[in-house]
Design a protein around this ligand. Structure first.
Ligand code: NCD
Length: 322
């Protein structure tokens, strides 16, 4: 029997899927972050908890770090990994998402990692397959594992997230990373601020429990963490910013703007970065302030934790219907 993933309070992790941050309560989140912390140790990253298990990466959108991160994480747990080449698969011949799911399901994977440009696609798939489904980014909706790895990066670096003032800046309108992080960082006790031009903020952003700013110099004041987002041009219909140069002038993070935040403020970015558009190279590459490489490194540990916890719950029958 696979060992159960437990919390000191006696809670046994019993989730079947990882689709949205809002599906998790505080105890579940803490359990996953603690397990993530455990997997940050290099000696913990060699184990066989998933020996004989199969993880399938099903990415309908481009990805470098997320897909590789899941592959490395699963292999470090001892699982076999198949990367479905969607472009050369039957999907390119017009197969529907659900037919693809049925085909994959017949191969009996244990974990299906899905990225899709339609919000809700992983949730739909999760109802049609018998394995665990992890959302690796669905449209502009959510990217829960990115938020978990961002939280774990902050926990490793600063110890506690509660009480931090975190600014999420840039193209919030198109960012699933922002949506997942607003929920997670808020649940963990951080004060979240959103900073961006009105055209890149959803009309109802003020109802998300975060304070909204359109001016970097106001919004960054007193912030401990500055999380920059990429301009997601591929999701924009028409031009929402006058020019990249002007965007950088007002919203790009450089030294001068960072100096407006708290002394010692740390910088994050989920990648891929557009240097000179939302962030300057000297800020992104300064190891004293930039957590960007650490986010990638922590991502493997966090994904190991999520895969391990979902797999253990299913193996032990805890998550039959959750
Ligand atoms: C993000 C994504 O795909 O949502 N990237 C990532 O997962 N590392 C952010 C982005 O594409 O800008």
């Amino acid at each position: 029997m696979t060992s159960r993933i437990t919390h000191p309070d006696g809670y046994v992790f019993a989730k079947r899927h990882c689709l949205s941050i809002s599906d998790f309560n505080r105890v579940e989140i803490d359990t996953l972050l603690e397990l993530g912390l455990h997997y940050c140790a290099p000696q913990a990253q060699r184990c066989d908890h998933l020996k004989g298990a199969l993880l399938v990466n099903l990415f309908f959108e481009n990805s470098t770090r997320t897909q590789n991160s899941f592959e490395v994480a699963a292999k470090r747990l001892g699982a076999d990994v198949v990367n479905m080449a969607v472009g050369s698969s039957s999907v390119a011949k017009g197969e529907t998402l659900l037919d693809t799911a049925a085909t994959l399901n017949a191969m009996r994977p244990d974990v299906l990692v899905v990225r899709h440009n339609a919000s809700g696609a992983p949730a739909l798939l999760s109802q049609k397959v018998s394995c665990s489904v992890i959302n690796a980014g669905d449209g502009v909706h959510e990217h829960p594992t990115q938020a978990f790895l961002d939280a774990l990066t902050l926990k490793r670096t600063l110890g506690d997230i509660s009480g931090l003032r975190i600014a999420i800046c840039g193209d919030i309108l198109h960012s699933r990373v922002a949506r997942s992080n607003i929920i997670l960082m808020g649940l963990l006790g951080a004060e979240v601020r959103l900073i961006g031009p009105p055209t890149l903020l959803p009309a109802d952003a003020d109802r998300w429990g975060a304070e909204v700013f359109h001016d970097m110099s106001e919004g960054l004041r007193g912030c401990d963490v500055v999380m920059m987002l990429r301009l997601q041009l591929e999701r924009m219909q028409g031009a929402l910013v006058p020019s990249k140069r002007e965007y950088f002038h007002f919203y790009g993070l450089d030294r001068a703007k960072l100096d407006l935040a708290s002394p010692g403020a740390l910088v994050m970015h989920p990648g891929p970065m557009n240097r000179g558009v939302e962030i300057s190279s000297d800020v992104a590459d300064d190891p004293d302030i930039s957590l960007i490489t650490k986010q990638v490194e922590t991502g493997v540990a966090m994904r190991m934790a999520i895969i391990d916890a979902l797999y253990a719950a299913r193996q032990n029958g805890e998550a039959a219907h959750v």
